[in-house]
Design a protein around this ligand. Structure first.
Ligand code: FES
Length: 255
């Protein structure tokens, strides 16, 4: 059930020039959060009018803390990056459907750039359910890769970078794992849409179920403004309420 809470920022960590993590503690008690769900966050100092959607990166129920990983893309996220530890932010969460978790087998998580944001909590929960996890992370260069060592706690981590500064050189969709994914039961993917379409096509060609988390522009986060619609086999649907996670078979993608 979604709630509105003031969360206290317990930690702010810059991953590089453009990406940062906010760890925030709930004093009212965290609601139940599924991997892949998101929050609408009020930007401090009324710097922008609309809330900003942020991926839930990780959850620690013992500490009652939630992490948001985000990229500075405009005035709102820039202002958010200036927040100090000890400050509070007002959030509406958890929103969206989130990922459905299998209870057995082996899954491949594919994260392009900061598309890896919702996959860490997913990897953690899959690992807790004894599902075997392989995480493939891709980025322009080594400086754009995030938290490989934390993903590695939950399974094998594979890397590709466009410039070859870490892992295999080339696009994430050209990584050698795609040549042999027969033992993979499910693919979960988040990143730029063009990348997700290629991943969807690769999974489909091998007959492996694939779920993607869309990152359409969002404003309200609750299905009211219609700015996030995507075309599905059922007609146009709001990504914020029907998604952000979709089975690729339900999307009107030419793959
Ligand atoms: Fe407003 Fe989805 S963000 S309808």
């Amino acid at each position: 059930m979604k709630v509105v809470q003031d969360l206290k920022v317990s930690k702010k960590k810059f991953l590089n020039d453009g990406n940062f993590i906010l760890e925030c503690v709930s004093e009212d008690g965290l609601p139940l959060i599924k991997p892949g769900q998101f929050a609408e966050v009020q930007i401090p100092n009324n710097a922008v009018f609309l809330r900003r959607p942020l991926s839930i990166h990780d959850v620690d129920m013992k500490k009652q803390s939630v992490q948001f990983l985000t990229k500075i893309v405009g005035a709102g996220t820039l202002e958010l990056s200036k927040i100090n530890e000890g400050d509070s932010i007002n959030v509406v969460f958890p929103l969206g459907n989130g990922f459905d978790l299998p209870t057995q087998g082996k899954v491949l998580l594919v994260g392009g750039g900061c598309g890896a944001a919702p996959l860490l909590y997913l990897a953690r929960q899959l690992n807790e359910q004894n599902v075997s996890v392989v995480t493939l992370l891709g980025a322009k260069g080594a400086q754009d890769l995030f938290e490989q060592e934390i993903f590695a706690r939950f399974g094998e981590v594979l890397i590709s970078t466009d410039d070859g500064s870490a892992g295999e050189k080339g696009f994430i969709t050209k990584h050698s794992i795609w040549e042999n994914i027969k033992d993979i039961d499910m693919v979960y993917c988040c990143g730029p849409e063009i990348m997700m379409k290629v991943v969807a096509s690769l999974a489909k060609s091998k007959g492996i179920p694939c779920f993607v988390s869309l990152e359409n522009t969002m404003a309200c986060g609750i299905g009211a403004c219609l700015c996030c619609v995507t075309e599905t086999t059922r007609g146009n649907e709001c990504v914020c309420t029907s998604g952000p996670v979709f089975n690729i078979n339900d999307l009107a993608w030419q793959i």
